[in-house]
Ligand binder design. Structure first.
Ligand SMILES: NC(=O)c1ccc[n+]([C@@H]2O[C@H](COP(=O)([O-])OP(=O)(O)OC[C@H]3O[C@@H](n4cnc5c(N)ncnc54)[C@H](O)[C@@H]3O)[C@@H](O)[C@H]2O)c1
Length: 301
């Protein structure tokens, strides 16, 4: 398989950045990872490992390849050092426009002039970041979905000035790591599949927050209907409830429609530190959420 880049730099080593770094290393790219948090890569790697083991998931990167991928990743808290050889930079920091703009500005100043910048944002079109980078023609959205759990696809969308060659390189990069690229032809909030998933998430939160149904029943229904191992609430816990709320705010900021705001009950959970898998409690408790119980779909009364 063709490789359009040699060195990939990932900025932000949370749940997604760590997985993207692992997949890039697994596909044979040279990889560096930057985060402001000392030890972020090691820490998130251990959390992902524990979460997948607890769920009994066979990850797409086989267990015996994990250590090799980890060893291949160079972690640093020095951004200039992380960017030294970058051909592609994947930004995966907190879902906040201001933070991402600041990062894109620094990338524009510090990365090699030919480097391409991708954002893994779940909701922010790269057209809102591109000007900060001072190289808008080299910016893309590349949005991943929990790949270690087996969701091997990524949305791919350009900004207002992205060249076709840059998008093409993004697509070849995704394919080289085994991902299905979902090309978006013109800008839309949520890209390709993420906008479909967002509609499901919004309605699920509405049903729970207004006490129409128990959230577990929505998860049961979704699993019985689709045959997946988790429902919307289990998945939101994995994504992180703070990230979920930030994404909803991006939709609200655009529409100003109150029904697009994250429900108050979700914000209260976040205030209590119930962020999902990463803090041990969200809708479910971890590392052994009840949706993994054998009788979860049809519990005895
Ligand atoms: N969690 C998901 O399922 C998911 C899926 C697809 C896309 N995304 C997107 O990926 C991005 C990251 O999400 P996540 O779930 O990995 O978040 P996370 O909270 O797990 O991790 C964010 C990381 O960014 C780091 N960070 C924050 N500010 C930084 C800065 N200025 N410089 C460097 N590092 C910084 C934090 O220390 C943390 O390690 C978001 O844009 C999110 O919308 C998340």
């Amino acid at each position: 398989m063709d490789k359009p880049f040699e060195h990939v730099t990932v900025v932000g080593s949370g749940i997604l950045g760590t997985q993207i770094a692992m997949f890039a290393a697994h596909a044979g790219y040279s990889v560096s990872v930057y985060d402001t948090r000392e030890g972020a890569f090691e820490e998130t790697y251990a959390k992902l490992h524990a979460d997948l083991k607890a769920k009994g998931v066979d990850p797409v990167i086989a267990w015996d390849k994990w250590q090799g991928c980890k060893n291949a990743v160079r972690f640093t808290t020095n951004l200039g050092e992380a960017l030294r050889d970058a051909d592609l930079v994947v930004e995966a920091v907190t879902e906040e426009l201001g933070v991402k703009r600041e990062i894109f500005k620094k990338l524009g100043e510090l990365a090699p002039p030919e480097a391409i910048f991708a954002t893994n944002s779940s909701s922010i079109p790269v057209s809102r970041l591109e000007e900060s980078s001072a190289r808008p023609e080299r910016c893309i959205n590349a949005h991943f979905y929990m790949p270690l759990q087996g969701i091997m696809m990524a949305d791919l969308m350009g900004g207002s000035k992205t060249t076709p060659e840059v998008l093409e390189k993004g697509e070849i990069w995704l394919r080289s790591m085994g991902f299905i690229p979902l090309r978006v032809k013109k800008e839309i909030l949520g890209f390709c599949f993420n906008s479909v998933w967002r509609a499901i998430k919004k309605q699920s939160l509405y049903m729970w927050a207004n006490d129409f149904v128990d959230f577990r029943d929505i998860d049961r229904a979704w699993r019985a209907f689709t045959g997946t191992a988790w429902g919307p609430f289990g998945l939101m816990d994995t994504v992180g409830l703070d990230t979920v709320a930030n994404i909803e705010m991006v939709y609200y900021d655009k529409s100003k429609d109150p029904s697009d705001k994250p429900p108050a009950q979700l914000l209260e959970k976040i205030e209590r530190g119930e962020l999902g898998v990463k803090t041990g409690k969200g809708f479910y408790s971890y590392p052994d959420p009840e949706y993994l119980d054998a009788d979860f779909l049809n519990p005895e009364k």
